[in-house]
Design a protein around this ligand. Structure first.
Ligand SMILES: Cc1cc2nc3c(=O)[nH]c(=O)nc-3n(C[C@H](O)[C@H](O)[C@H](O)COP(=O)(O)O)c2cc1C
Length: 178
């Protein structure tokens, strides 16, 4: 799909069609695309915990507040994203390279997640990134190790209705040219 069309079609979808299933192989393609994003010293610290079985889906849904549970209702896959702490943005001796520290891990994961949502759209799926979630419950659901920071839960499914396209700021509001 042409890039401009892809980025315009990608929207946060909060109403998912019933009865859709997604093959594990499609989720793997989406994660493989995410993995192609640049990362600090190619450290690739993004991690993906894919709830695709009814049991895991129920556990991850439990870790969402009601509004996000409703927003992602019927989504057949929920992906918990995390990154390994103390790696991107750190020296081999464990010291921070600069003031951002683990924010570089979050930065890298954000880049990966952007590729994730775009690849999903290219394959005909829709997504919702959910930052409001219960980290402890997600860590327990997948036994996520202490040295990983959970970030978002991403819903993956197919839109049941055309989503809104929230307006963006003007370039002059966000960019400075010197
Ligand atoms: C880090 C992050 C966290 C978000 N958390 C939530 C959330 O918890 N619930 C939700 O409905 N939308 C969430 N969103 C979606 C944003 O509201 C949405 O991306 C924004 O309004 C722009 O709309 P668009 O994605 O359709 O372009 C989140 C997006 C990002 C990037």
């Amino acid at each position: 799909m042409e890039f401009e069309k892809l980025i315009n079609e990608r929207r946060s979808v909060r109403k998912y069609a019933e009865g859709v299933s997604i093959e594990k192989s499609d989720v793997e393609k989406i994660i493989a695309a995410a993995q192609m994003a640049p990362s600090w010293k190619n450290s690739q610290t993004g991690r993906y915990y894919v709830a695709i079985s009814p049991e895991k889906l129920a556990q991850v849904r439990e870790a969402l507040p009601e509004f996000n549970r409703n927003n992602s209702h019927n989504a057949p896959v929920l992906v918990v994203t995390a990154f390994e702490k103390g790696n991107a943005g750190f020296m081999p001796d464990g010291s921070q390279v600069n003031e951002l520290g683990d924010m570089w891990g979050a930065y890298d994961l954000g880049l990966q997640n952007a590729y994730f949502v775009l690849k999903a759209r290219e394959l005909g799926y829709d997504t919702l990134i959910m930052g409001i979630r219960d980290e402890k419950a997600l860590k327990a659901a997948f036994d996520i190790p202490e040295n990983q920071q959970v970030t978002s839960v991403m819903a993956l499914g197919k839109r049941a209705a055309d989503p809104n396209a929230p307006k963006r700021k003007e370039i002059s509001d966000i960019a400075v040219f010197g």
